[in-house]
Design a protein around this ligand. Sequence first.
Ligand SMILES: *Cc1c(COP(=O)(O)O)cnc(C)c1O
Length: 422
Amino acid sequence: MQAFIAARKVGTARPPQTNTDGPSSGGSFAMEKFATALEMVTEMKPEGPVFAARPHAAGRAARWFIKNFPGEVAYAYKANSSVFLLGALYGAGITQFDVASVAELEDAATIPGVRLHFMHPVKSRYAIRRAYFDYDIKCFALDTEEELQKIVEETEGAKDLELFVRISVPAKNSRVPLEHKFGVTGQKAQRLLVKTRQVADELGITFHVGSQTTTPDAYGMAFEEAKKLIVKAGVVVDAIDIGGGFPSRYTDSVPARLSDFIDVIKASMAKMPVTEHCRLICEPGRALVAEAESLIVKVDLRKSGNQLFINDGGYGALFDSAHMGFVFPVRLIREGLDPNEPLEPFEFWGPTCDSIDRMKGPFMLPRSVREGDYIEIGNIGAYGRALATRFNGYGQYADVILQDEPMYSIYAEELAPVARNA
Ligand SMILES: *Cc1c(COP(=O)(O)O)cnc(C)c1O
């Protein structure tokens, strides 16, 4: 594991994912550990934004999924490829990764003993060839006959392929629906299943209910759709990959319990027209890493009442807040803060010159927030770091590890002996 981390320090040292020379990290690979965000800002007084990873939270999430999900658990690499979190997931037992590009598979392939799934339904011919011949990847997704043809040609008619037909399913209570871009339905899907069966060693069906899906019935409906297609196509299916979509918790999005999702998935799987040997796979991104990373920002200006200009924004790790309206949990990090100070709604502006670099929130913070204060923005582990750009010269981050608990943890709630149905 140490060698893997050492290798990845070099391998992923490209901005902005794992920046090594951010303003406050002094050119060294900063992975200092602190008990809390307050301890970190007191000691480092960081000028730039800081990613504060809580690897123990990613490890806990992975262990929960491995224990409770009735099948195999892969991690969707795109959600966050921080070495700290990957290390924690791997350490907890995640050895399968869902990748979507040559860059991702090259990166993920440096992790020892991994099994990679190339689950993007549209891949370049070059990517297919590299994946199969250079990285020994057998597992591919597709949603058209054209893509099937590409896979057959570029693998030179390989006989050991695991091919997953991506079907389109309704996006119910999903914050980020995906069904319009990918997935095949109806007679086209039946035909594709039959054709894929003819060339695949293992035939799979896969779907994605949409990211941040807050109710488990979305999975129930997706299984129903898969079941209909299997029966109509009359094919033997060897694997079902239910994708990601599992929720995390945000200030404006409180999902059903994860165990309710597991219950629906077990009940649905039991009704599928497949044998007991059929593999069941999930590939969560968000749910495994969302609560395992915070962003610590500094207030550069308080303007006209409750508008805070902070040093990261919509072109940085707060893309989902600026463009999808996510309200992340926040707290003021200041020595000697009065815990009883009343909270007020604030909105954030990012550091770039663009007027869409705005996060409306509302973010509830103590009314005394002022220039120079630090704010922890929690649960940005999924798609925060991953979406940051270097626009306007911003988007450079220092990295630290925090040992305290995330601002919200759906896993701490799952593991709590009481407080259920409260
Ligand atoms: C993005 C993606 C995932 C992960 O989705 P989450 O909503 O983050 O869990 C899984 N599988 C595929 C194919 C994806 O594109």
